[in-house]
Design a binder for this molecule. Structure first.
Ligand code: PLP
Length: 360
């Protein structure tokens, strides 16, 4: 079965084989070497000189870490979909005061609104979703970054469904915490997340109470500097990570970004050619997942069943958002993820299969 859901994505034979390597202890030299190599290669993917933590948790764990370590009291969340709402839930459940700048589903966060909102208070941190997986919107970090930096707040980015598939120049943008997960653009199983943390975020963390235990940046950074983790990591997935990073390096990091851009372009063109509309507004469309408005009232459940027989797992949209859209008398959506090790030809075959099943 080929997974065409926006994570987890399918894993290659080579990655699976790499993960079958004989188990090793996580306090030995061999592990330190592998960890060190992964950490250095991850820095290249993220265009950063800062630490890239390798956490044994899913991305949500490091989102919680960002809040616990960077915020004593008040945080601003920029939300334009289900995963922006996740930032809000995480921050509230950590007991923080949460202000929200909200855009409707399908729209991106706009500069003017952000400038006005940020002027209201001295926020300790501003959190945003780079790639809103539920709607296919990619917020423009280049536009947003200077506004947040100027305010003095820490800049925390959820790049769970974009990092590794889209170029994010962490240091140039001045991002203080950037979080992503293994099961999306890195084409690995779920279980790891990567978190870039700036010195500024680390300094702030030292003065934040209630950082908790598992996700304490101060402890994580201390161990990272000895090429270790404070607790037992998912060693098997780290073997896979090493293999994937080598594979990405071999493809060429620039080529990886270009392939994702091409995959997005092909998908967007396909949707338009088949009389469908893109859900994300123009100018802010994701390179890793395309969300399509079901303007032709396709029976998505039937398409899903048909595609399953052909060996594909289809994504019939983000359920909660679709329920809300339908309740508001609007069209529902479906998504075509194009992230990770997906090849152009594989995507084209999949799009043709959808066309046939949906009788477009
Ligand atoms: N943020 C975004 C944009 C996501 O797409 C997801 C998962 O789909 C998450 C956060 C949560 O990540 P995880 O499931 O790895 O905790």
């Amino acid at each position: 079965m080929r997974l065409f859901i926006p994570g987890p994505v399918s894993i290659s034979k080579e990655t699976n084989e790499a993960m079958q390597k004989e188990m090793i202890g996580h306090r030995g030299k061999e592990f330190q070497e592998i960890f060190g190599q992964c950490a250095e290669k991850l820095k290249k993917v993220f265009y950063t000189k800062n630490r890239v933590l390798i956490s044994t948790s899913s991305g949500t764990g490091l989102m919680e870490a960002a809040i616990r370590n960077c915020v004593n009291e008040t945080v601003l969340i920029c939300s334009c979909g289900a995963f922006g709402k996740k930032w809000v839930q995480v921050a509230k459940s950590c007991g923080k005061n949460v202000d929200v700048l909200e855009e409707e589903a399908g729209k991106a966060i706009k500069i003017k609104a952000l400038k006005e909102k940020i002027a209201e208070k001295n926020y300790e941190a501003v959190c945003i979703t780079h790639n809103e997986t539920s709607t296919g919107v990619a917020n423009n970090l280049e536009e947003i970054a200077p506004i947040i930096k100027e305010s003095g707040a820490l800049f925390c980015v959820d790049a769970v469904s974009s990092a590794g598939g889209a170029k994010i120049e962490i240091d140039k943008l001045g991002i203080d915490v950037c979080v992503t997960s293994s099961q999306k653009c890195f084409s690995l199983p779920p279980g790891l997340s990567f978190g870039v943390i700036s010195e500024k975020a680390l300094e702030k963390a030292k003065n934040v109470k209630g950082r908790g235990y598992y996700f304490d940046f101060v402890e994580l950074a201390k161990e990272y500097d000895t090429q270790q983790t404070p607790y037992t990591p998912a060693v098997g997935i780290i073997f896979g990570l090493k293999q994937r990073l080598e594979e990405m390096e071999k493809e060429g990091i620039g080529e990886v970004w270009a392939r994702h851009a091409k995959l997005a372009e092909i998908t967007q063109e396909w949707a338009k050619e088949n009389g469908l509309q893109l859900f994300a507004e123009e100018g802010y469309r994701s390179n890793t997942v395309t969300c399509i408005e079901n303007t032709k009232k396709i029976n998505l459940d039937e398409v899903k069943k048909g595609l399953k027989k052909r060996g594909y797992i289809f994504d019939a949209g983000y359920r909660k958002m679709n329920d809300d859209l339908i309740a508001a008398g609007k069209n529902d959506t479906f998504r075509i993820p194009h992230m990770g090790n997906l090849k152009i030809e594989e995507l084209k075959e999949y799009l043709q299969a959808i066309k046939e099943e949906a009788k477009l």
